[in-house]
Design a protein. Structure first.
Length: 259
């Protein structure tokens, strides 16, 4: 009876069948893809770490080193052959220049951490598309570190650099870089070069009206002129002059003004 039970048990336990050539080939392909999948994820992970570390180092370095060679500046220099720019420290500008640009482009610059959520909401059109809403920090991130374009990938990288700028740069540095890289006519970069180009004045001699005009031609300097203002530009200048006085009075200019 015991032998009979043992025989029955052996019948129930089936001996594994050896895999044929097809089975071995399938296992080989699966193993190959598993190995390569692990390698790809490993490379992507290492690439992401290198990208993060490199971007942090670059942002920290550019806190102290002026970013002379930006992508757009180089492309315009190659296209035009010659461009105007004279890097100028923030303290060498007439104070009204920074106030006017901030009032025109990002009045809440001192109040946010790179992203003006309320400004973005206000910039939403009825059809749900965003029209404007970029802060000065976002514009610096785009113009210093990235290329021109509107893809989601570029916008995502722009957001990352915006956060890094806000973490590692003081507000004064962000404004200083913006004043020196903003295009204010075709081939004219920075408020110092624009002051000489339009009015023949040095950065510390730019008047309230002239500063308002320079800010008023943003963000379409190739379509507007500070020295030959249209009715719209004149109206916009008056609004900016008023806005500059307002942010100086209510403290929204304190973060980039040492005095």
């Amino acid at each position: 009876m015991a032998d009979s039970d043992a025989d029955k048990l052996r019948k129930k336990i089936k001996t594994p069948r050896k895999k044929g050539r097809i089975g071995k080939a399938v296992d080989g392909v699966a193993g190959f893809w598993r190995r390569w999948t692990r390698r790809i994820f490993k490379w992507l992970f290492l690439g992401a770490l290198i990208g993060i570390a490199g971007s942090v180092v670059l942002v920290v370095m550019l806190r102290f080193v002026n970013p002379y060679m930006t992508y757009y500046y180089v492309s315009e220099r190659m296209r035009l052959g010659e461009v105007e720019r004279d890097w100028t420290p923030l303290e060498d500008f007439s104070p009204v220049v920074a106030r006017s640009v901030v009032a025109a482009e990002d009045a809440n610059f001192c109040l946010h951490f790179g992203f003006d959520i309320e400004g973005i909401k206000a910039a939403l059109a009825d059809d749900g598309r965003v029209r404007g809403g970029s802060t000065i920090s976002q514009q610096v991130a785009k113009n210093v570190f990235l290329w021109q374009g509107r893809t989601w990938i570029r916008k995502g990288i722009e957001a990352w650099f915006t956060l890094l700028i806000e973490v590692f740069w003081p507000k004064e540095r962000i404004v200083e870089v913006y004043l020196n890289i903003a295009e204010m006519d075709e081939g004219v970069f920075g408020a110092a070069a624009a002051g000489r180009h339009y009015f023949g004045v040095e950065p510390d001699k730019i008047t309230t009206v002239q500063a308002g005009r320079l800010a008023a031609i943003l963000p379409s300097p190739k379509k507007r002129s500070a020295s030959r203002p249209t009715a719209y530009t004149k109206k916009r200048t008056r609004q900016i002059i008023s806005g500059a006085k307002t942010i100086a009075a209510d403290g929204r200019a304190d973060c980039f003004e040492s005095g």
